[in-house]
Design a protein around this ligand. Sequence first.
Ligand code: G6Q
Length: 545
Amino acid sequence: MTSVKPSLRSLPAWKALEAHYAKVRELHLRQLFADDPKRGERLALEAAGLYLDYSKNRVTDETLKLLRQLAEECGLRTRIDAMFSGEKINVTENRAVLHVALRAPKEASIVVDGENVVPQVHAVLDKMAAFADRVRGGDWKGHTGKRIRNVINIGIGGSDLGPVMAYEALKHYTHRWMTLRFVSNVDGTDFAEAVQDLDPAETLFIISSKTFTTLETMTNAHTARDWSLAGLGGDAGAVAKHFVAVSTNAEKVSEFGIDTANMFGFWDWVGGRYSMDSAIGLSTMLAIGHENFRAMLTGFHEMDEHFRTAPFEQNLPALLGLLTVWYTNFFGSETVAILPYEQYLKRFPAYLQQLTMESNGKHVTLAGTKVDYSTGPIYWGEPGTNGQHSFYQLIHQGTRLIPADFIAFVETLNPLGRHHDMLLANVFAQTEALAFGKTFEQVKAEGTPDWLAPHRVFEGNRPSNTILADRLTPQILGKLVALYEHSVFTQGAIWNIDSFDQWGVELGKVLAQRIIPELESKTELELRHDSSTNSLIQRYRKLKK
Ligand code: G6Q
């Protein structure tokens, strides 16, 4: 995979896209829709239960053809096959990238280093299911014999964002007698607030850490153990009933005092940000039950199969990824807004931030040469309609081009009077307003005085996708997450980067380890940082109590 490839900019499709961009950059969506009355029906795709309307994008048929050609020239097809067959496509860590194996059906075979990993995946799933049944059924008792009513997942990054998002997204499917909380930050407030109203006798901690060495998670895990034991009379034997682990590191797990019988494993071919459907999803399974969890996996798998087999013209993730490349590299867009019109998806944009930005925030190619084009855009967003009353102003009338994904469901899980029609009316209205805007003439025709008219003009031509599904089920959530995972993959394949490492998070971690003793030292130390860092450390040391 690392063989020297021609630079992206020199590919025929890239050059053709550059020339094409010069021709279409000013084309207005008003014009595109006027020229093709069926555009809204034509530029839509339905696959694996998701409907994507991509007609409100600044593309012509020629753009789409050239983007697909770019995908071919970049070897997207070969890259997809390499991932699915367990090749070590994470080259900087020499690892396979096999989150797709986490949702493969029992009879599938995916071989890594000579071994079919699918049976191992299902063995862990079965173990998780048995455990979840015992906790949910009240058979797993705490140290004092009380039933577990509270579950706290301690983890960070990939060991937190997926579980938090999935819990919020699937809350409708949870038992309400069970309280689920998530502690991630090393800021003690996170832990203190999570447990302040809980009884240790009824509280189970899941320590979720692939490496079991992460500073934040291990600090919180030790604090949790102290809190638990303090509340349970100090008997270290209580740990066995109140702590389980999700990790790849059995040695560290048992060093911490957790019986490895209560450890749920996964593998180095699962990246943190791609792990919510592995044992890292144990809190999700405890919350929604194993049948729902398995339904979510089925959803993931359906989207995987779609991505693996559908031709690029009909391939949702490939199309979404290519559109992002189009805006990022040709229009110079720097961000993508994720706007779910579904309250349960309130943490979805935060989840996608890690998935997309940790994956594609890279400055060198697979071969290690500096890229001469932009890579991963900034993903951000908030649920609608709230965002409409804050930042949408800039999307509508600001000077930046911000492609936006609107996500909505035909049915609500909480039917309440007219709420849902109003919610959906806003989705459709926003994408319409973004695309078509309001001209000076239209504003004037409303009797607006000349001086005010420019302020009320909406230029329009702001691109958006609308993703519609029937209803937010575990299965649909799996499809939605897989859609974005593979869109990220598509982008990474075009940019020829390693979407599966994250060296960028290392430096700060290492420096923090050096600074911790400098903050804690009782004696004066000679600081050897730059003058800014030195004086911040000195100020903190002087003022802290
Ligand atoms: C994700 C990253 C990162 C990781 C956390 C937690 O892809 O690798 O966010 O998930 O740093 O790591 P541990 O699970 O090892 O504690």
